[in-house]
Ligand binder design. Sequence first.
Ligand SMILES: Nc1ncnc2c1ncn2[C@@H]1O[C@H](COP(=O)(O)OP(=O)(O)O)[C@@H](O)[C@H]1O
Ligand SMILES: [Mg+2]
Length: 261
Amino acid sequence: MTAPAPRRSRITAVTSGKGGVGKTFVAANLAAALARLGQKVLVLDADLGLANLDVVLNLFPKITLHDVFTGRHALQEAILPAPGGFSVLLAGSGMVEYSRMTPEVREQLQKVIDEVAPRYDRVLLDTGAGISDVVLYTVSLADDVLVVATPEPTSLTDAYATIKVLATTQGRREIQLLVNQVRRPGEGRSVRAQLQQVLDRYVSPSLETGVRLTLVGEVPADGAVREAVQRRQLLLQSQPGALASQAVVAAATRLLDMEST
Ligand SMILES: Nc1ncnc2c1ncn2[C@@H]1O[C@H](COP(=O)(O)OP(=O)(O)O)[C@@H](O)[C@H]1O
Ligand SMILES: [Mg+2]
């Protein structure tokens, strides 16, 4: 018997406490940036109930994750090339039946991820927001968690709640943070410090090792993002020089740096 080939893929869940903070924007553009840096990347639309990665990328999938789950199509048929040089596995919108995590859905999702992972350097899971069992289960399948938050108080409170749950129920001790829609340079750093302080005070004392937040990057609030979404284009492609594009590329570079040390 030969040992199974070692998995070379890194699975990163892109998640958030609050909805609409920019997870899908970050996942898609980070994927393009990582692809440009030489990684073979797949983004899986894991926001099963409210999937919209297809909309952002202007893709009209004939075969989706749903068809793979039901066994109507093979996994390979559902993997599409996306503009930006990465691959996507789309859920298709309105998959309401997946808004609850039944044992069958769990098994299917795990199977799909196990199957695609060895073929990519990185799998990004674009998850839903919050701490529902669907989101938490999806995140539990990832090696690393990248929490996207904006500096808004509501987003921060929800980010804190999410990180707390990930620390206490999944034993996560290292959480990556991307602060999106910052209004001034350096705001990401202060948001990280603020969240870290609350975690140190209220969460870490009850754990053997404390939770550590690492800032992967900050992305400015940039009108170019809205424009790109409106035109259904990838920001990194349509406006590579935009401040938000440069910030995403910097975040991708930092992510790779962090992982190589
Ligand atoms: N850095 C940014 N600057 C300006 N607008 C942004 C930025 N990031 C996201 N947005 C806006 O927020 C909207 C929601 O982003 P999206 O990625 O769909 O959020 P989520 O996946 O977290 O629900 C986008 O359509 C875009 O208009
Ligand atoms: Mg989304």
